[in-house]
Ligand binder design. Structure first.
Ligand SMILES: Nc1nc2c(ncn2[C@@H]2O[C@H](COP(=O)(O)OP(=O)(O)OP(=O)(O)O)[C@@H](O)[C@H]2O)c(=O)[nH]1
Ligand SMILES: [Mg+2]
Length: 451
């Protein structure tokens, strides 16, 4: 459903990448395009305004990661803000201290309440819950029958009620008693819908709320109705107090505005999404995953995460200077080894970079942890002078270092050889004319040949 928005955002980032250096002017232009793309996706205008302001502020801010290229930084900021807009963390269903937990499912007519009740039952059963269903929609003759069929389909017990139980409140109370007696930990209450929010419906829902004391009141919003869904969610929240939203019909060709606005407008989290008529077309809502999907660039995003998690910005900067200069010492070598260890597999990192052709042979190089420990121990056993000038390390010094680090003279020899190679390779890779220097611009990686 986010295809259009996703295409447009990717075009913005592509254009930015073409610019080389980011200027205030092309940043301004990019923000303008992002704004238009969001509005065209039917995102609430206030949400768009706030979003753009946040992105702008962050982009101008001090705490940018210089380990990323300017475009990568913008992508990162947009991704982070979008995740925030969608709610940051996954919001799970809450359970009552005393079972059964009661969940009321409310919303406008045809939004997908009955279908979602059954889907939720199926989903939660898989997670280990023992739900029971009940329909209190006594107005539409086929409504309760519809839920019975779906309940059978997902294998969840349903409280059918007696012939005397004709009122929503009676049905709901009996269903809760039944759930308690049959050892069910969850009661999902499917309620009636109206075309518009009216007093009678609100009154009825209020009474149910009073009687059942539900842990969750989930508002079912039809994504296809865009901003109308957002408005009615907000209205239901003001009048009834909802605790979360199920967004249905995400499989349709809606533009995505509802999904992107509902959290900010109502203040209530999106908990689940429905994406199809079948009962298995239902999943928990993950803000970070959805934001990444909207932005599309999976590889670049994982790279950004990895870099952000592991590389200390200042060390990287200092390292870059050293690499470009002529003084890549054994101490730097050691620091780099430590960083590579933090990154996990160097092969994994390289794989995420585009067009890495000439470095292909490094791709599957896994890091040997023990070897890293040995190397670090050897360098630690050197004197500061030796670390700064490896030419000083003659035969007797090698023996001393081996002894001090619990390694052999051969180990010290091969370390010094690898260091010399690394020095050479670093210069050719990261110098202004080097492969990485050209390809990645400001992006810095700790390379480690030989591991
Ligand atoms: N494509 C698609 N269709 C859905 C989805 N969820 C529900 N539907 C369809 O939407 C229609 C209405 O669904 P219901 O579950 O009956 O909606 P409701 O809110 O219970 O409707 P009322 O009880 O009349 O208020 C049905 O045809 C469902 O199959 C979804 O995620 N995707
Ligand atoms: Mg229904």
């Amino acid at each position: 459903m986010f295809d259009n928005l996703s295409d447009k955002l990717q075009r913005v980032f592509k254009n930015l990448r073409g610019e080389g250096k980011l200027s205030a002017a092309n940043m301004e232009e990019a923000l303008r395009e992002i704004r238009v793309a969001l509005l065209e996706a039917d995102v609430h205008f206030k949400v768009v305004k706030q979003f753009i302001e946040q992105v702008k502020e962050k982009a101008m801010g001090e705490d940018v990661l210089t380990a990323l290229s300017p475009t990568q930084q913008v992508v990162k900021i947009v991704r982070d803000e979008m995740t925030k807009m969608l709610g940051t963390h996954q919001s799970r269903l809450r359970f009552a201290n005393e079972p059964p937990t009661v969940v009321m499912i409310v919303g406008l007519q045809g939004s997908g309440k009955t279908t979602s009740a059954a889907k939720l039952a199926r989903f939660l059963t898989k997670e280990g819950s023992r739900p029971e269903l009940v329909s209190v929609d006594v107005y539409r003759p086929a409504a309760r029958h519809q839920l019975s069929i779906l309940a059978k389909n997902v294998g969840t017990p349903i409280y059918e009620g007696t012939a005397e139980e004709t009122k929503p409140l009676e049905l709901a109370r009996s269903a809760r008693r039944d759930a308690m007696q049959t050892g069910r930990d969850l009661l999902l209450v499917d309620t009636a819908g109206r075309q518009h929010i009216d007093e009678q419906l609100m009154q009825e829902l209020h009474e149910l709320k009073q009687a059942l004391n539900p842990t969750e009141i989930l508002f079912v919003a039809d994504a296809m109705t865009g901003q109308d869904a957002v408005r009615s969610a907000d209205e239901f929240h003001k009048r009834l107090g909802i605790t979360g939203v199920i967004l249905t019909k995400m499989d349709g060709d809606a533009r995505g505005g509802a999904a992107l606005s509902i959290r900010s407008v109502t203040g209530q989290p999106l908990k689940f999404v429905g994406a199809g008529e079948k009962t298995d077309a239902f999943e928990a809502f993950h803000p970070d995953r959805v934001a990444s999907r909207i932005l599309g660039m999976g590889d670049m995003l994982s790279l950004i995460d990895k870099v952000q998690e592991t590389i200390d910005q200042k060390t990287a900067e200092k390292m870059q200077e050293k690499l470009l200069g002529d003084e890549f010492t054994l101490e730097d070598f050691r620091d780099q080894i430590k960083q590579v260890r933090k990154l996990g597999s160097l092969g994994g990192l390289l794989k995420m970079m585009p067009q890495i052709g000439p470095l292909k042979d490094l791709k599957d190089t896994d890091i040997d942890e023990q070897k890293i420990d040995r190397v670090v121990a050897m360098i630690d056993s050197m004197t500061p002078k030796e670390r700064r000038n490896h030419m000083l390390i003659n035969g007797s010094r090698r023996r001393r270092i081996a002894k001090g680090s619990g390694t052999s003279v051969q180990d010290v020899n091969s370390l010094l050889k690898e260091y010399a190679q690394a020095r050479k390779m670093m210069k050719s890779l990261t110098g202004p004319a080097g492969f990485l220097g050209k390809k990645l611009g400001k992006m810095k990686i700790p390379g480690l040949p030989g591991f």
